[in-house]
Design a binder for this molecule. Sequence first.
Ligand code: ADP
Length: 231
Amino acid sequence: MIEVKHVSKTYGKKHNEFVALDDVSFEIPSGSSVAIVGKSGSGKSTLMHVMSGLDRPEKGEVIIGGQNILKMKQKAVDHFRATKMSFIFQSFFIQGNETCYDNVGLPLEIARIASKKRKDMILAALRAVELEDKIKVRAKNLSGGQKQRLAIARAIVSEPKVLFADEPTGNLDSTTGETIENLLFDYCKTYKATLIIVTHDSELASKCDMAINIRDGRIQAIRGGKTEVAS
Ligand code: ADP
């Protein structure tokens, strides 16, 4: 379960203060898929950063699996992120000059997984996204869709319990986008992981168990989950 309780996040100081999140609360049951929807500038990325411990809000609590991540020391948060969470962004963030194998292996190095164990995990992740024949290919030589599949392999290789995806299909054609969506949903089903997707795509949002609608830093509506809320 992920619990977000009365979270407020402000950017800037005094005269330039901007409230990006205003008393945001909701609960996400473990293993569900959630879409965070809203216009550009509504606070979606800020919310994702706060939920993943990347950013600290001024007020509120973020409790993941019973642990209040805002009460943890930064080192503990970093470890929590490296072992329990993964991120997929629209602009892949893969290392073009590195091979697919090395790109996928990177999070395992960061999480300090023993090198003996790494190989099997890397191969399993590349197999899951059907890139096992590209192991030795440099990432820059992949197509856009393949790069995004590689980014997914890298995100799932450490078997995270929470997967964050920021507009994961934004730059892709609809067929490739659908492949990516299916990979994300399949992973979460198999590993009972929670999937949190920031998206503009209402069709993708409708495929998720829950949708959280945000506007000007406030929750406007929540579909699915434990309660239906509309305001
Ligand atoms: P979204 O992801 O929905 O586009 P964001 O969470 O990125 O929205 O941003 C919400 C609001 O907070 C926007 O108005 C944005 O300009 C502002 N904002 C985001 N990051 C910063 C920052 N580091 N400093 C100041 N304002 C910021």
